[in-house]
Design a protein around this ligand. Structure first.
Ligand SMILES: *Cc1c(COP(=O)(O)O)cnc(C)c1O
Length: 372
């Protein structure tokens, strides 16, 4: 037993720090008694749209649904191919399959862990309908190159920003790129609810309307359904939580970045450790701080860290194209070499806004000690 622990994220501490703001905000929703939709949801949607630099935000039930309703609202369906990374959480490809389309996995850049635009281009066929980059770990994907590619091939572009609330590319918020950008408010994300939640951000008014309709049973009026939709709505209590936290998000992202800079300073020159590479044009929001270590040392490093009371993780150990559920898509081992190499070498170190400089030092010292 160690006397202390450094968790991967610390939501208890966050709650204690914002408790005095949070409790009255929750009370207000209880008093209004509007639990689905209502003024708290409308207010949060407006505030988050402003934060994202877009005209419309539609709150939905979770980040997976945000992707699903967006792809569906854009008319993507059977016979269509959607190009996405394999190095992501399965929600990204689940949404593609949920609309009946075919996920086409493209390899990533070893520098950024995000889609390599040249690899995306190689995968474009006559059936390709959309490119779906993920802004993994909080780092924006190569949005300028991907926008150009989408335009040139007349493809839709949807960003999965479940890990990247507040990220920007060339000084422009990521939600301003492409047709729409989706967010998750899963509790551990940079902006997290106290339950499930998600949103879609877009400048396209017709698309926003269609997304709202699909996410609310295809309703145009209470008992008129233009199409069959789903039930995926943001609830009032979650919206109130998110509105309180949104006021802190820019500061929290700054704290994350400060921790990241310290980690990188301490680990950059350690033999065997590769620290994150952040292109100049990217404003990373450090959802996760991910290093690479030699594959053959990763298990012992993780075990040693755990033994020291330090929680580290792997996001993600098995690439999607090699998951049992996608066997029928026919990807062999070796088909996405960068993704496969990275998946064997990555380690996520503790990262949350309340992480102290002393804790970062403790973690970095432990990594140094155990990696060689
Ligand atoms: C968390 C996450 C999602 C899904 O979000 P949920 O709200 O859990 O449905 C989608 N994509 C990525 C990359 C994620 O990290």
């Amino acid at each position: 037993m160690t006397k202390w622990r450094i968790p991967l994220v610390d939501l208890e501490q966050q709650y204690q720090r914002i408790r005095e703001e949070m409790e009255p905000a929750l009370q207000a929703v209880l008093t209004q008694a509007q639990f689905i939709g209502g003024p708290a949801v409308a207010a949060f949607e407006r505030q988050f749209a402003e934060f994202c630099g877009v005209r419309y935000v539609v709150g939905v039930g979770n980040g997976t649904d945000a992707l699903y309703v967006t792809l569906r609202a854009l008319g993507i369906g059977p016979d269509d191919e959607v190009i996405l990374p394999s190095h992501t959480f399965i929600a990204t490809s689940e949404a593609v399959r949920l609309v009946g389309a075919r996920p086409v996995f493209a390899d990533i850049s070893a520098e950024t862990f995000n889609l390599d635009p040249a690899e995306v281009e190689r995968k474009i066929t006559a059936c390709t309908k959309a490119i779906l980059p993920v802004h993994l770990y909080g780092q924006p994907a190569a949005l300028e190159a991907l926008t150009t590619l989408a335009k040139r091939h007349q493809l839709l572009l949807v960003g999965d920003a479940a890990q990247a609330h507040g990220a920007s590319y060339c000084g422009t918020p990521i939600a301003r790129f492409g047709n729409a950008t989706t967010f998750s408010f899963y509790p551990g994300k940079n902006l997290g609810a106290y339950g499930d939640g998600g949103a879609v951000a877009t400048d396209d008014e017709a698309l926003a309307k269609r997304i709202r309709m699909i996410a609310n049973h295809g309703r145009t009026q209470k008992y008129v359904h233009d199409l069959e939709g789903v039930n995926s709505r943001l609830d009032g209590l979650q919206a109130a939580v998110l509105a309180v936290k949104l006021r802190h998000l820019a500061d929290w992202n700054e704290c994350r970045r400060r921790c990241a800079v310290q980690y990188t300073d301490l680990l950059r020159h350690v033999a065997g450790v590769q620290t994150p590479n952040i292109p100049e044009e990217a404003t990373h929001v450090m959802h996760l701080y991910v290093i690479r270590v030699p594959a053959e040392r990763r298990e012992s490093l993780l075990a040693s860290l755990r033994n020291d009371g330090i929680d580290a993780g792997i996001h993600y150990p098995v690439p999607l194209h090699l998951q049992p559920c996608y066997r029928s898509l026919g990807y062999a081992e070796g088909s996405l070499p960068v993704t496969e190499t990275v998946a064997r070498e990555i380690v996520s170190l503790p990262m949350f806004p309340e992480l102290t400089a002393d804790q970062v030092t403790v973690v970095a010292d432990a990594v140094k000690r155990y990696v060689c």
